[in-house]
Write a protein that binds this ligand. Structure first.
Ligand SMILES: [Cu+2]
Length: 150
């Protein structure tokens, strides 16, 4: 076998090894809308990667919204704008991703049911390596910004 072929075979073996199981912890999640009448809302939470490998939050879905996107706020010309993060958000090993008001968040558009105080919505987060994680998120319309407490 030529050196080139041997190298290719070795690389092939490495690539075929399954990724290590990811461990993702999600806590302090809540969802809110501007009012119970609003057609869109957002979800906020802390996502901790307690595994040994880097991961990436690449999308989300929910049965209560027609469209769910990862959003962030970016300054453009002195104005804070909400933008769709199509490539997802990095979540390195040992890192905590903070989804909070004025920053990264999960945007839920085209709500099929109103966000009423105390109600829980189902939200599925999609990670590049860990796959899908579904959580129940309580609606909290009274929560003030910046009170994540961590
Ligand atoms: Cu948004």
């Amino acid at each position: 076998m030529s050196l080139k072929l041997a190298l290719a075979a070795t690389l092939g073996l490495v690539l075929a090894t399954p990724a290590l199981a990811q461990e993702i912890h999600i806590r302090d999640a809540y969802a809110r809308a501007a009012s119970p009448m609003a057609s869109s809302g957002a979800a906020f939470m802390l996502i901790e990667n307690i595994g040994d490998a880097d991961d990436r939050l690449i999308g989300a879905s929910s049965p209560v919204a027609q469209l769910v996107q990862l959003h962030t706020h970016r300054e453009e010309g002195g104005v804070m704008k909400m933008v769709h993060v199509e490539d997802g958000v990095d979540l390195q090993a040992g890192e905590i991703l903070v989804l909070q008001r004025g920053g990264d968040h999960v945007m839920l558009m085209g709500l099929s049911e109103p966000f009423e105080q105390g109600k829980e919505i189902s939200l599925t987060l999609i990670f590049e390596k860990s796959g899908e994680i579904t959580i129940n998120v309580p609606v909290d319309l009274d929560r003030k910004p910046g009170k994540n407490g961590h």
